[in-house]
Design a protein around this ligand. Structure first.
Ligand code: ME8
Length: 633
């Protein structure tokens, strides 16, 4: 049997999942479901990336061990994938014992082959961020990430000799035009590879700086770089998680689906790692585009991160899945807005598809008491259109052109709607001469929606199953139906079942309600709890007031300079209770990751915690002397 192996990135467990993660994972799910329908053996892998600095830091801030932190955070992903109807065959965690064994075995193999060597390493180190930068990357001699001073460090590290594969990689990409898609991304990678010599890759971190990683099997004073560990998941999973791994050899993958942010690590690091291992390269790496929200970058500090749980709750899982792949060409950037979502639901789903299905079932009920009639002729045009969609879908999905695949399905939706309008079954029903044709017309549209339900299944599995059960055929989707879907599969005499509306139209009022409820969920109501990771989003720091002055024109606002490990200007409305002089030297508690805002024209980069009324306020201060910058939790 033909096999099909598709992967998503393994997501960092330092973050809660959002629509970006949903996007990649649903894309892989659509491919997995489609390929199962055409009869292939499928391995669909997703999972989490649990080692490295970011995870160690996030855990530390919560006062947990990295593994405890990962065990909690991984649940967010697992729950979301269930909710999104993701049909992954396995879920890999890079802390799995088996994965660690594979990584160590491969590190050893590369070391023994002379592909990994130890060398002195010189670079600019940012201690708070615990990360190296090259001279060129520095901004005004400081860390480009946090703006703090860096120091020059020289130490021994292990390097993967990536540079020697530069020419081989260029030639591989040239010989395999499908290797990196879309084409614009391939051109970017080629441009990068051809314009400068490829360096070697530092794949170790001394344990004195980072302990949360996989120990190098040939030197236990180091752990391996998180990307070296993470990329190998695609291979290690085939060894201990893939179905039928005794009989099927799963490597290489058919598609690695990733966002454009991590194309280089896949196209360059991963490809050259495989070359050094004499292993086949994946057949395709697809780097999709980036979602913004209402035209802006999604970020925690802007507070515009779209919570997928909320979208599913308010609009339904299938509408959400459909929207993501209908709205934007896979590969290009997209903008998410609730307006656009509602428009799609109302037009394509409620109006075109949902209406078609409910009309057909209603007519079958009215004219044939919900029993599939025996047709007296075959409508060749509809039949051949219905049967041919699968080939075009297949072609489009081979290049991950989801939008085009949906277009193909919607030509059948359109054709069936038009067919009903032309045939006017309600007129046929009125005259005795029409009764024979009426049977054929109703059979044709019912059989047509059976085809539709199978075609939409990869995109909208829940709705597909609902339609099939209304047609009395809910079991058929578990078979490789697309392999042999021929016209006539719906048996005359089958009893049809009632079905609730698939995609009810969303009225303006309902839309407003949903938006309101989404807003409400952001502010915590009295009877609801927040999760520990919600609280962990608030970064509270001990700060020391260095300077204070009144803001002209206000008797309430003070401008403070507060040291929270770095200097921040904060505008505080405490001027009626406190004089600037008594504040200098005081320890305070600062919300340090609040989005900056201007108050009376002065930028405030954080907020002081205080309690009381406008006129009588008490600043919250630690009970003991603590250094500035310490995290409050
Ligand atoms: O990079 N739009 O994990 P990660 C579209 N652990 N896709 C988005 C997105 C957005 N705004 N935001 C995130 C890592 N994504 C590594 C991967 S793989 C061996 C290791 C999606 O949690 C997109 O797929 O930061 C992106 O590549 C991925 O999430 C990054 O996830």
């Amino acid at each position: 049997m033909e096999r099909f192996y598709v992967t998503t990135p393994i997501y960092y467990v330092n973050d809660t999942p959002h629509i970006g993660h949903v996007y990649t994972t649903v894309a892989a799910d659509i491919l997995a479901r489609f390929n199962r329908l055409v009869g292939k053996s499928v391995f669909f892998l997703t999972g989490t990336d649990e080692h490295g600095q970011k995870v160690q830091k996030a855990a530390q801030e919560r006062g947990l061990s990295p593994k405890e932190h990962a065990d909690i955070m991984v649940q967010n992903f697992r729950t979301l994938w269930k909710k999104m109807n993701i049909s992954n065959d396995a879920f890999i965690r890079t802390t799995d014992k088996e994965h660690i064994e594979v990584v160590q075995e491969i590190l050893q193999r590369l070391y023994d082959k002379g592909e990994i060597v130890k060398r002195p390493y010189k670079g600019w180190y940012c201690t708070p961020d615990e990360r190296f930068w090259t001279e060129k990357e520095l901004v005004d001699g400081r860390c480009p990430d946090c703006g703090r001073p860096v120091e020059e460090i020289e130490e021994d590290n292990y390097f993967f000799l990536m540079s020697k594969y530069q020419d081989a990689l260029i030639s591989h990409i040239e010989r395999h035009p499908q290797y990196i898609l879309p084409e614009t991304r391939r051109n970017e990678v080629m441009g990068f590879l051809k314009s400068r010599p490829l360096g070697d890759l530092c794949i170790s971190r001394p344990k004195k700086r980072l302990t949360w990683g996989i120990t190098l099997p040939f030197d236990d004073e180091y752990v391996t770089y998180v990307w070296f560990d993470a990329l190998l998941n695609y291979y290690s999973a085939t060894k201990y998680l893939a179905p039928d791994r005794g009989e099927i050899s799963w490597w290489p993958a058919d598609h690695h689906i990733v966002g454009k942010d991590i194309l280089t690590t896949h196209a360059v690091y991963w490809s050259t790692m495989l070359m050094a291992l004499d292993m086949p390269l994946p057949k395709n790496i697809f780097a999709h585009g980036w979602w913004t929200v209402d035209g802006r970058k999604m970020s925690k500090s802007l507070g515009n991160v779209v919570d997928p749980f909320e979208v599913v709750e308010n609009y339904g899982v299938d509408s959400f899945r459909y929207f993501l792949f209908r709205e934007v060409t896979f590969g290009l950037d997209g903008d998410f807005s609730f307006n656009a979502l509602v428009n799609r639901i109302n037009s394509d789903l409620a109006n075109d598809l949902g209406n078609l299905v409910s009309r057909c079932l209603a007519m079958a009920r009215k004219y044939f008491d919900s029993v599939v009639p025996e047709p007296t002729l075959t409508e060749e045009e509809i039949k051949s259109l219905a049967e041919s969609v699968v080939d075009r879908m297949k072609r489009h999905l081979e290049t991950l052109s989801f939008q085009r695949a949906l277009d193909e399905i919607w030509t059948l939706v359109g054709a069936l709607n038009k067919y009903i309008d032309t045939k006017q079954p309600w007129s046929l029903a009125k005259s005795p001469e029409g009764s024979s044709e009426l049977k054929s017309v109703i059979y044709t549209v019912l059989e047509g929606i059976r085809f539709l339900s199978i075609y939409i299944y990869p995109f909208m599995p829940e709705s597909a199953v609902k339609i099939l059960s209304a047609l009395g055929m809910e079991d058929s989707i578990n078979e490789p139906v697309l392999k042999e879907t021929k016209w006539g599969g719906l048996r005359p005499g089958t009893k049809l079942k009632r079905m609730e509306a698939l995609f009810p139209r969303i009225t303006k009022e309902q839309k407003k309600e949903k938006e309101k409820s989404a807003d409400k969920e952001e502010t915590v109501s009295e009877d609801s709890y927040i999760r520990i990771d919600d609280f962990a989003k608030v970064d509270l720091r001990i700060g020391k007031v260095l300077e204070a002055e009144r803001i002209k024109g206000s008797n309430k606002l003070l401008r403070l300079i507060v040291d929270i490990g770095e200097k921040r200007q904060i505008v505080a409305g405490i001027g009626k209770t406190y004089s600037p002089e008594e504040l200098v030297g005081k320890l305070v508690v600062v919300v340090s990751n609040l989005k900056p805002a201007k108050l009376m024209g002065v930028e405030s980069q954080g907020m002081l915690l205080a309690a009381g009324t406008d006129n009588e306020i008490a600043i919250i201060s630690p009970e003991k002397d603590l250094p500035a910058g310490v995290r409050v939790r």
